[in-house]
Design a binder for this molecule. Sequence first.
Ligand code: ADP
Ligand code: MG
Ligand code: MG
Length: 252
Amino acid sequence: MSTLEIKDLHVSVETEDGPKEILKGVTLTINGGETHAIMGPNGSGKSTLAYSIAGHPKYTVTSGTVTLDGDDVLEMSVDERARAGLFLAMQYPVEVPGVSVSNFLRTAKTAIDGEAPKLRTWVKDVNETMSRVQMDPAFAQRNVNEGFSGGEKKRHEIVQLELLNPKVAVLDETDSGLDIDALRIVSEGVNRFREQEGKGVLLITHYTRILRYIKPDQVHVFVDGRIAEQGGPELADELEANGYEKYTAASV
Ligand code: ADP
Ligand code: MG
Ligand code: MG
């Protein structure tokens, strides 16, 4: 059972006109066993939150804290964050030239566990995990994200999630660019993960449709770098019906 705690987080990015504050005090606690959805209009800072938790160098935390089971995440290197049990799947996954999916997964697993997985069980695990998201085994020999379709990238994220089996998963726009079948397959993967004891999920999305498949315990609405409202799953239904207008109209 682990807890990801974000307290009064302020984050800036460097722009041509100097630093610009994007996150303006975000406070959020995800206890093990809980799934939280962050929703909000484009540009409200959702990805900035994910990148900040991931330790992306472009994002500067100017104040506030992020802890995992009391340990200071912001002090950790990107690798240390993964070893501590954080999994960050990004909205725009990068290509890794010349590295096959198979090698990438094995290297990540080895880095996190501190030892290489036993080859025979590992190959079986990879094959089973890939077949659960209906990926051809030949996919393992392709280079990471090179020429992947939107759906393949997202399925690959779920393969990573299942094989690396973190404590807390932060999933940014896992639903973007997916057709209805892929959305269901990817959602089932997230649900398999969270059905395990004590796992935390932070699901970031612009659309409500993924929340028909993955039922969040709590919904937070992001507007202009802050949480404007929070509630239970019914808040997502309300957003589906009414959109973000009532928040954005107030903030302009
Ligand atoms: P969301 O994911 O909610 O759509 P983002 O976190 O991507 O929002 O962006 C929030 C705001 O921060 C936007 O106004 C965006 O233009 C700005 N922003 C994000 N990253 C950068 C950057 N590297 N440089 C300048 N502005 C940025
Ligand atoms: Mg965006
Ligand atoms: Mg985003």
